[in-house]
Write a protein that binds this ligand. Structure first.
Ligand code: BGC
Length: 764
């Protein structure tokens, strides 16, 4: 007893002077150390930790008081503060800014017995202060380097603000535009989603985690969250093995293979088990089969939510289930800190599981270099220099332009002429400087985006008139949303109609306000909210020469617009530089090349709608007037705009689709196509390759994306584009979760969207 007491005193003394005991040799150098060296240090540290201190590492608290102000004296905040000082907190989230982070870190490092630094997490989803397009928009670029770079900029700014861990990328595949969080992901396709997951992880983490400009990434939400029934956030997920293995899991696996250091589990229950308590997902698949060595954080309060789910009988039971299932860190349920030590003493949770979790958490802290210098992310000068730098704004402008999708452009309505034109710009979203920042952008300062109005004003050659027409709604903040959609106020219509009457061309910016998508923003209707459809029709009556620019966080239903409006531009929520990006596309200074990462339905009744559906036993009408085939009696089966769709100011011709089948010799099938820019301007095309496995032991989709390439061509220029298909592209997961490649006939399609009929075939 005496010995222990002395040892503790010694450690307190050490922790007052520096991060940790030098004699224990627990410091890490500025470059990430080899894993064996880190493992040794982690073991040495683990050996001197009490059970409570270990569990403390598994506890994450939200920033609970203004750290640089007075310490909390009463209530929950005071309790959390006590925990922090005792070393019972391993991580905090939503503490940001060098001053604040330094203050909490100082408590962890200087006031706790062991001085273990905190890892500071934050939702730096698409940018920090400088905001890049929402992830769904970025995904429309199909440009992995641009996506990587946007994540790098996010990491750089967040890291300069004291943060060393982002809760991104969200890699949930979703086929349901009603679900508000589609804005945060890569769309509906697992192949594209996997490439994006890899690019974003590499962008955040770089190739050296201890570098001060990189931060740890977090693949979320593991798993199935994007399949919430009826698109209602947090709702039940019930999917079969085939969908789980072939659609939901691949982007997570890709993130793991790209080296992502953390995963977040999810709110939903998956086939009856809340993901947070799902051992099969976390221990068997992620940490077992995939060999993931990082740690899993719960989603916000998701451990406690296992009680209303009907899976845990109380908080203690929830902690037990989560720990056994492999959830390493408790975000804001307070259950580990409250119950886990007792659960270990009662032998309900084995201490080796605690050790395993703590090992994973401490390992990341070493990898980040936090033991070497816990304040390495806390440098005011860097914070000032990096945040909102011109370089960062240039980078987000670049990716914003690349994210724009030209949905329709009849009679080359676009690009607009740069002079001699009267242009009426209509729509409240056109002058909105907040909405373009999108949802999930907590750090961005309100009203800092370049609006479309400002972007168009930068072009001086035309006469520009702006009329708001009608408000859309009042979106307040990320966390409080007034669902006050304007469904009545048409008082601005007359001004807009007058402006349109006098104009040669009308640009209308319509869609959703920034906070109309994102978490908790499921919609049962996907049309233009409020009176915007009426405004569009009223303006169209007096001047049909309309360019419709959409600002939105999800696919919308746009049938009337598609029938009546000659040009439609998908302008998403494009971040800080949105207005410049849109104006440059409208004026032809940037030739759009984006392609949709999600299908746009014709009506909500079609949702979930996705290109890689199964064929069914009754795919086509057997004879005229027969009804017994898979269809709607009041709507087409096809989407309005398919996955992969997007036009350019030039045209591309696909010819000579060739297949060289060497599968039985080299395990490869080569596919090539001759692509020509047959228009008058330089442009980029996303060449997309899809396969169809015609007969298999588990039915396969009618098309599956298995390759793509972004190609830039001058007018008249041609290029042979080649793809190589190997086992990875030709196989699938069977219902036992085994990856198999089966012999038989395949079709291969290469074209500019998932609707392409340009095909060839081969046999394995
Ligand atoms: C979200 C997560 C997020 C967490 C922390 C939750 O509501 O589902 O994606 O990272 O909050 O802010």
């Amino acid at each position: 007893m005496k010995y222990i007491f002395i040892l503790f005193l010694g450690l307190v003394a050490i922790s007052m002077t520096g991060p940790i005991d030098n004699d224990l040799n627990l410091k890490s150098t500025s470059e990430t150390e080899p894993s064996e060296v880190i493992a040794k240090k982690v073991d040495s540290l683990l050996a001197i930790m009490t059970l409570e201190e270990k569990i403390g590492q598994m506890n994450q608290y939200n920033g609970f008081w203004n750290v640089t102000g007075p310490a909390p004296e009463n209530g929950d905040a005071a309790k959390k503060y006590e925990h922090l000082k005792k070393g019972y907190v391993g991580s905090m989230l939503n503490v940001r800014g060098v001053k604040e982070v330094r203050a909490v870190q100082k408590i962890a490092v200087e006031e706790t017995r062991l001085g273990i630094p905190l890892i500071i997490g934050f939702d730096a989803i698409h940018g920090y202060k400088t905001t890049s397009p929402i992830p769904l928009a970025e995904s429309a670029s199909w440009d992995m380097e641009a996506i990587r770079l946007a994540a790098e900029v996010t990491a750089k700014e967040a890291a300069a603000s004291g943060i060393n861990w982002t809760f991104a990328p969200m890699v949930d595949i979703s086929r349901d535009a009603r679900w508000g969080r589609v804005m945060e992901g890569g769309g509906e396709d697992p192949y594209l989603g996997s490439k994006i997951a890899e690019a974003r992880v590499k962008g955040f983490q770089g190739d050296d985690l201890s570098n001060i400009y990189t931060i740890a990434a977090c693949a979320k939400h593991f798993a199935g969250y994007g399949f919430a029934e009826a698109g209602r956030d947090y709702n039940t997920v019930d999917v079969g093995t085939s969908t789980l293995y072939n659609v939901i899991l691949p982007p997570f696996k890709a993130a793991k293979e790209a080296g992502v250091r953390t995963f977040m589990n999810s709110f939903n229950d998956l086939n009856g088990i809340p993901a947070t308590g799902d051992k099969f997902l976390q221990r068997d698949i992620l940490k077992g089969e995939w060999g993931f060595t990082g740690f899993v954080v719960s989603d916000w309060g998701s451990m406690r939510e296992m009680i209303p789910h009907g899976y845990a009988k109380d908080g203690k039971h929830a902690a037990e289930l989560a720990a056994i299932a492999g959830s390493d860190m408790d975000m804001e349920s307070y259950l580990y800190v409250e119950h886990l030590a007792n659960l270990v003493r009662e032998k309900k949770v084995d201490e080796s599981l605690i050790d395993d979790s703590v090992r994973r958490i401490l390992t990341l802290k070493y990898e980040l270099g936090l033991f070497d210098d816990p304040y390495k992310y806390c440098d005011e000068t860097r914070e000032k220099e990096v945040i909102n730098s011109k370089e960062n704004h240039d980078a987000v402008l670049d990716v914003a332009k690349k994210s724009i999708v030209l949905l329709k452009n009849d009679n080359n309505m676009l690009p607009l002429k740069k002079s001699g034109q009267k242009i009426a710009l209509i729509g409240a979203l056109a002058s909105d400087k907040n909405s373009p920042l999108g949802s999930w952008r907590i750090a961005a300062d309100d009203n800092t985006a370049i609006s479309v109005l400002e972007g168009m004003q930068a072009y001086k050659g035309n006469e520009l008139t702006f009329a708001k027409g009608a408000d859309v709604s009042v979106g307040k903040t990320q966390f409080v949303f007034e669902t006050k959609i304007n469904t009545t106020d048409r008082s601005g219509f007359d001004e807009a109609i007058e402006a349109a009457k006098k104009a040669d061309k009308v640009v209308m910016v319509l869609g959703e306000v920034g906070f109309q998508s994102g978490e908790g923003r499921s919609r049962a209707n996907l049309d233009l909210p409020g009176v915007q459809q009426d405004l569009l029709e009223a303006v169209h009556k007096v001047n049909p020469n309309i360019v419709l620019v959409l600002n939105n966080g999800r696919p919308l239903v746009l049938n009337w617009a598609h029938e009546n409006i000659p040009a439609i531009v998908e302008g998403w929520h494009l971040g800080s530089q949105a207005g410049h990006a849109i104006a440059q596309v409208l004026y032809g200074d940037y030739n759009p090349s984006g392609k949709l990462p999600m299908s746009f339905p014709r009506s909500v009744g079609q949702v979930p709608i996705y290109y890689n559906h199964k064929n069914t036993g009754r795919p086509t009408i057997p004879a005229p007037n027969l009804v017994f085939w898979t269809h709607y009696i009041d709507e087409d089966n096809s989407p309005l705009y398919p996955f992969g769709h997007g036009l350019s100011y030039t045209n591309f011709k696909y010819e000579d689709l060739q297949v060289t089948n060497n599968y039985r010799v080299s395990g490869e099938v080569k596919v090539s196509v001759n692509l020509t820019n047959s228009g008058n301007v330089e442009g980029k095309e996303v060449v997309q390759l899809y396969t169809r496995d015609l007969f298999a032991s588990v039915t396969r989709p009618v098309k599956e994306l298995k390759g793509f390439e972004l190609v830039s061509l001058k007018p008249g220029e041609s290029k042979i584009i080649e793809f190589t298909l190997t086992q990875a592209e030709l196989g699938f997961y069977n219902n036992k979760g085994e990856f198999v490649v089966e012999r038989g006939e395949f079709e291969v399609f290469v074209g500019g969207s998932s609707a392409t009929t340009n095909k060839n075939s081969f046999e394995l």
